[in-house]
Write a protein that binds this ligand. Structure first.
Ligand code: FES
Length: 480
């Protein structure tokens, strides 16, 4: 289940941290947001290191579809209503500038990463969505984005309408990341296990830093910040197809199926099957994508498949800036929804400016300290509902499944002497037992048959079938 990016960019290895060091700035997380932030801090002559638990780009960056776009699903009409014209402009300008910044860095450093400028489209096959798409095109135009409503696209089916944004881009994210990391001080295989004031405690030593940047996808510190109460996570799935179609742009459906399309050279990436993390016990997401591939491109063949995980904020705007009111020297970059490339660049611009004492014109709208009750209320209610459900499931109900009813190659939750146990039986008759209590805040993890993983519906932590941690906010494996 390696992505096309991991398969085609191996990169160099960086050493582990060993011992204790002091620096001006320490970035936790070597994904796109972390490495770009360190890159800008390095350009500003601020002595910076990056701590990465595995390999740079080895978290969510390797699984992105790598669209560099300010077209973030239907957002601008909503922003104008919920945040007002000034903040909506900040959001639009920040993301438009992010696209230009990628082009500038790639040109200046002559980075060979298949960067291509092309339009981005939001489309729907349903007439009911046309009004929403027209409103989005008008909102984007009002915010000075080159946008228009169209009814003709290059997709292999008719659409009811689409919003086209000009001058967007796509690239190979890992080739870019590895190129900009080459002059940075990066410690790989160095997991931060705790942060206390200006000290980061890792498994291999302690880092003392004037500024600490959390670029870990989902922050693993619960208090202060309380990010677990302000975000949930979603998963989506991707197939890489050969002999499918060369498109004239990048596409995302806003209708029920929500399919995503983009090319990488002669390969088509077909995405979709999105769901809240922890809510895929029935599975079938890859099967759904394979049936779409067979329907739309019967002559194509699948060469890779993988999945991605995204953090969703309450008001649909990322949290970028000061981590919490009580930690003025901690910064955070999270909640990028499905738009990690431009959001990473925006994070790097805002956070590096803040540390260098430069006022950034876009900082306000992304501030994690903002208060947006009317924009947040719907998602807040859903997130609280999920957390309550996950805790009730773990603490007050018992499963009905029996151990001998679980077939080989499957997992499930069983009861044993009044306790719940997560069970996975592999193809060779080996059985793995884990605690179903999430190591983050104790909700019940659920089996995801598409990924053979234990996923938590509360805040989206994930664990493999042996209980090994795959995704934050948990910072420990499941009990075994
Ligand atoms: Fe928070 Fe599981 S991710 S309880």
């Amino acid at each position: 289940m390696e992505s096309i990016w991991s398969k085609t960019a191996k990169g160099v290895e960086h050493e582990r941290l060993s011992g204790n060091i002091s620096v001006e700035a320490a970035v936790i997380g070597g994904g796109m947001a972390g490495i770009l932030t360190a890159f800008f801090l390095h350009q500003k002559n601020i002595k910076t290191i990056v701590l990465e638990a595995s390999k740079i780009g080895g978290g969510q960056t390797k699984n992105t579809t790598a669209k560099i776009t300010s077209q973030h699903n239907l957002i601008y009409d909503k922003l104008l209503k919920d945040f007002g014209e000034e903040k909506a402009k900040q959001y639009a300008n920040a993301n438009q500038e992010a696209i230009k910044k990628y082009a500038e860095i790639i040109n200046q450093q002559s980075i060979d990463c298949s960067f291509e400028e092309m339009p981005a489209y939001l489309y729907s096959q349903s007439q009911q969505d046309v009004i929403k798409l027209e409103r989005e095109a008008q909102a984007a135009k009002r915010l000075k984005i080159g946008a228009e409503f169209v009814t003709q696209t290059n997709l292999p089916f008719p659409v009811a309408g689409a919003v086209k944004f000009d001058s967007q881009a796509q690239f190979h994210p890992l080739l870019f990341l590895q190129a900009i990391a080459k002059d940075l001080t990066v410690f790989e295989n160095t997991k931060a296990v705790d942060v206390d004031k200006n000290r980061i405690i890792t498994e291999n030593g302690t880092v003392t830093a004037d500024y600490i940047i959390f670029a870990t996808h989902y922050p693993f510190i619960n208090v202060p910040g309380f990010y677990f109460a302000r975000m949930h996570q979603e998963r989506s799935y991707v197939l890489a197809l050969k002999d499918a179609q060369k498109l004239d742009g990048m596409y995302l459906g806003v209708d029920g199926e929500g399919l995503s399309f983009r090319n990488y050279n002669d390969v088509l990436l077909l995405g979709g099957g999105g769901h809240r993390t922890g809510e895929n016990s029935a599975g079938g997401k890859y099967k759904f994508l394979r049936s779409k591939a067979a329907e739309l491109y019967p002559q194509s063949s699948e060469i890779h498949y993988w999945s991605a995980q995204d953090c969703m904020t309450l008001d649909d705007v990322p949290y970028i800036g000061q981590f919490s009111p009580s930690t003025p020297n901690w910064y955070v970059a999270t909640g990028f929804r499905k738009w990690g490339m431009t959001s990473s660049m925006v994070s790097a611009m805002i956070i590096s400016d803040a540390i260098a004492g430069i006022e950034n014109p876009y900082a306000d709208v992304f501030s994690p300290l903002r208060f947006t009750p009317s924009a947040s209320v719907k998602n807040l209610a859903a997130d609280i509902g999920q957390a309550v459900k996950g805790l009730i499931r773990q603490n007050f109900t018992l499963p009905k499944a029996k151990l001998d009813e679980i077939p080989q190659g499957h997992g499930g939750v069983v009861e044993h002497e009044g306790e719940k146990i997560g069970v996975y039986k592999d193809e060779n008759e080996k059985t793995y037992f884990v605690s179903t209590r999430c190591s983050h805040l104790g909700c019940q993890v659920e089996w995801n048959p598409d990924e053979k993983s234990w996923d938590c519906p509360c805040h989206g932590s994930r664990f493999d079938y042996t209980g090994k941690l795959l995704s934050n906010p948990a910072n420990k494996d499941l009990g075994r």
